[in-house]
Design a protein around this ligand. Structure first.
Ligand SMILES: *Cc1c(COP(=O)(O)O)cnc(C)c1O
Length: 454
């Protein structure tokens, strides 16, 4: 299996190359040259453990990786999850379940991808005998998850840009209280999109990338998307076979990475009837799926900060499939969008997506009513998924992207409950170590150069 860029400007590469490169050199994102048809195989995966299912799925893509090595990366990645199911599906009522994706070390779904990516990087460093610098930008959870995927690993330094004061205090502690010497949280003034913009500039400098062995950890990395396909399939197989075609996945969405993975699994043959793109008040994707117009607005900080995004980087992968791999069309749209902040795209009908947007005024009320109705506490991101009006006869699976204990103020206001988690309590006793920096690409490059692995 080879991987190509959504913008068509690079020769097809192997899995390992696509993972280690992150963003393609032409500015595009790597996608599998062809999505395999796994419909028959998937139905035979019922009853497999979570890691076993991952191994079956990933082996179709990581065709340049030895199978014992692949197995080791997957088993290590999910060993630290605190639920035996890894991604347990909780039944709340008739036709309604929640897929809990918060049992990893940082209590958010990004651990699924980043625990595995950390293992892949470790193998790569050993293979090439060359250290690397990993750079990412975060609106909260990616940074924490990336740091915990790479913490203490030999031969890697990790740099995470985040908007100072705009991630939750506990998210900040997960990034800054690690006591690990290879971790550098960079606090910038501005929004997540500002952080992502500087990051793109740094990655645009090919010489610098080569000099530092720079690698990306954003939701653009191909391995993240693949890792996320697995839990959709795992969840679908927990639903009785005769009802699987009726599954609608509701996905709290920011960068479009999570829901895109589900949709790719669907294109590979996973049974489902559709996907709901559930945004918060930063609703660029909701506007797109209801009107066809893709247009940036201002980022409005919300109670669900990991979805405070106006430019959904993974959306480009969807567009690529939307036009059957016509990368020149994708390039010209992305250029137009980059220069004018808007672009008219073909109507999104018939692609299995619907959407909702939930503003801050609604989130607490949803958390309260879910608690009253189901005796179940959801975090503010997951709450956005509950604003979807469920349809009679369907199997709704709402993805729960974070543990409620990460957002204690909102939960307490909504329900009166004080929700805690032992791993978060431990952090409160530790010292915060962060590096305030002005987010210009020169500053960031200088900082990285002087903190490379020894
Ligand atoms: C990152 C994140 C999201 C959004 O995921 P995308 O892949 O960016 O759409 C939703 N909820 C939580 C808790 C997150 O950390």
């Amino acid at each position: 299996m080879k991987f190509v860029s959504t913008r068509g400007g690079v020769e097809p590469v192997s899995f390992q190359k696509a993972v280690s490169t992150g963003l393609a050199p032409d500015g595009g994102l790597f996608v599998p040259e062809k999505l395999p048809d796994l419909a028959t195989e998937i139905s035979s995966w019922e009853g497999l453990s979570y890691p076993e299912l991952c191994i079956r799925l990933f082996s179709h893509f990581a065709t340049d990786t030895d199978s014992a090595e692949l197995r080791e990366t997957v088993e290590n990645a999910y060993a630290s999850f605190d639920d035996p199911e890894t991604a347990p599906l909780r039944r709340l009522g008739e036709g309604l379940s929640v897929l809990e994706l918060f049992h990893g070390p940082t209590l958010a779904f990004k651990d699924f991808a980043l625990q595995w990516l950390g293992e892949l990087y470790e193998k790569q460093i050993a293979r090439d005998s060359r250290s690397i610098a990993v750079l990412g930008a975060t609106s909260g959870d990616t940074g924490a998850a990336a740091i915990h995927g790479l913490l203490g690993k030999e031969g890697v330094s990790i740099f995470i840009l985040y908007p100072d004061g705009r991630v939750s205090p506990l998210q900040e502690r997960q990034m800054t209280c690690t006591e690990a010497e290879n971790v550098f949280p960079l606090a910038i003034q501005g929004s997540f999109d500002d952080a992502q913009k500087s990051l793109k500039e740094v990655f645009g400098d090919q010489d610098f990338r080569a000099e530092c062995g720079l690698s990306a950890v954003n939701s653009i990395n191909l391995a993240r998307i693949l890792a996320q396909c697995a839990y959709y399939i795992y969840a679908a197989l927990k639903i009785p076979a005769e009802r699987r075609e009726k599954i609608r996945f509701v996905v709290p969405t920011g960068n479009f990475g999570n829901v895109l993975a589900g949709w790719m699994a669907y294109r590979m043959g996973m049974p489902a009837s559709g996907f709901v793109v559930a945004t918060n008040q930063n609703d660029i994707l909701h506007r797109f799926f209801s009107t066809g117009r893709y247009e940036v607005g201002d980022v409005r900080p919300s109670l669900a900060p990991s979805m405070d995004i106006q430019v959904a980087s993974n959306f480009e992968r969807f567009l690529y499939y939307r036009v059957d791999g016509d990368s020149s069309k994708v390039s010209s749209w992305m250029k137009e969008f980059a220069s004018s902040g808007r672009v008219e795209l073909p109507a999104p009908e018939g692609w299995g997506f619907t959407s909702t947007a939930t503003d801050d005024g609604e989130i607490e009320g949803i958390i309260r009513s879910v608690h009253q109705e189901f005796d179940y506490v959801v975090d503010p991101h997951t709450a956005c998924g509950f604003s979807w009006d469920r349809r009679e006869g369907e199997e709704t699976i709402i993805l729960s992207t974070a543990h409620p204990a990460k957002f204690p103020e909102t939960i307490e206001k909504a329900t009166g409950l004080v929700v805690t988690h032992p791993s978060l309590e431990e952090l409160k006793a530790k010292k915060i170590v962060k590096f305030p920096i002005e987010a210009t690409s020169t500053n960031i490059q200088d900082f990285i150069r002087s903190h490379l692995p020894s």
